[in-house]
Write a protein that binds this ligand. Sequence first.
Ligand code: AMP
Length: 139
Amino acid sequence: MTAYDPDNIFTKIIEGEIPCHKVYEDNETLAFMDIMPQSQGHTLVIPKSGSRNLLDADPAVLADLIQKTRTVAAAVMKATGADGFRIMQFNEAPAGQTVFHLHFHIIPIYEGVPLKPHAGEAADHTALGALAAKIRGAF
Ligand code: AMP
């Protein structure tokens, strides 16, 4: 597998070089709105330490990340009132990975509402900001 390359957009978000609609942050983890959401409330959870995907991640980082993902998912569910959610995680480009820094997708599911395509259409930034604030308020 190709080695982790720290020159990726999520590293820039962690380092504050580019903005994000943040919903959660601690020493190990950052969660923010996906700018091309597949559904209302689509959120990404990433470790601050770098790995390309699931296979090169430190097991201790992974163990922490899945617990943080659960915490964030609970807040996303509370804030959106979704009927369910999917956790997605892609490994390598043929599997759909487009950003090569490990991340879990939290994708709320609304009964009868089809998901939008993966990494498809950019959402309105004002709406994303309002949603992020609502999720922050749901922890
Ligand atoms: P993946 O295809 O699993 O690597 O997912 C990468 C996700 O990151 C996609 O769902 C994109 O919509 C999302 N994304 C790309 N750039 C940004 C960004 N600057 N801020 C938030 N989400 C992003």
